[in-house]
Design a protein around this ligand. Structure first.
Ligand SMILES: [Zn+2]
Ligand SMILES: [Zn+2]
Length: 138
């Protein structure tokens, strides 16, 4: 996202009406690079916004995704929303649940398996799972 735009302007430019709850979610997930689940967003916001529900947060994150403000992927049984909307791969630490972006990965698709010979593949997202250096040291 552009840092020159304010959050309300950004929401409006993506066809979203500015509501207090939408604004609260947007300030959490759109102001800095983040990978976040709806549950974590809820736990982060609920003290400052007692009226906000888990369902509202999930729906709002889904609206942001549909509007192109967030991307989404699944890892470790969770749906993760990502403020980075350009195509990229991820690495996931199974112990501390850290997720990092692999932005420098080549964008070319690898050679396809024979089973996909007649497919047209336009998207690939890899998730490399393992243990991060901090967790190996423990
Ligand atoms: Zn770790
Ligand atoms: Zn990411």
């Amino acid at each position: 996202m552009s840092t020159l735009q304010s959050i309300p302007t950004l929401l409006r430019s993506h066809g979203l009406r500015v509501t207090p709850q939408r604004l609260a979610v947007a300030e959490l997930v759109l102001e800095k690079p983040i990978h976040i689940t709806a549950r974590t967003a809820y736990e982060t916001l609920r003290s400052a916004h007692p009226a906000i529900s888990m369902n509202t947060i999930y729906l709002t994150l889904g609206q942001f995704e549909s509007s192109g403000l967030l991307s989404r992927f699944e890892v470790g049984g969770n749906t993760v929303f990502d403020s980075n909307t350009s195509p990229h791969h991820h690495a996931f630490c199974k112990r501390c649940k850290a997720i990092i972006d692999l932005n420098d990965e080549q964008k070319e698709l690898p050679r396809l398996p024979a089973a996909l010979e007649h497919w047209h593949i336009d998207h690939e997202q890899r998730i490399l799972s393992g243990t991060c250096p901090q967790c190996i040291e423990i």
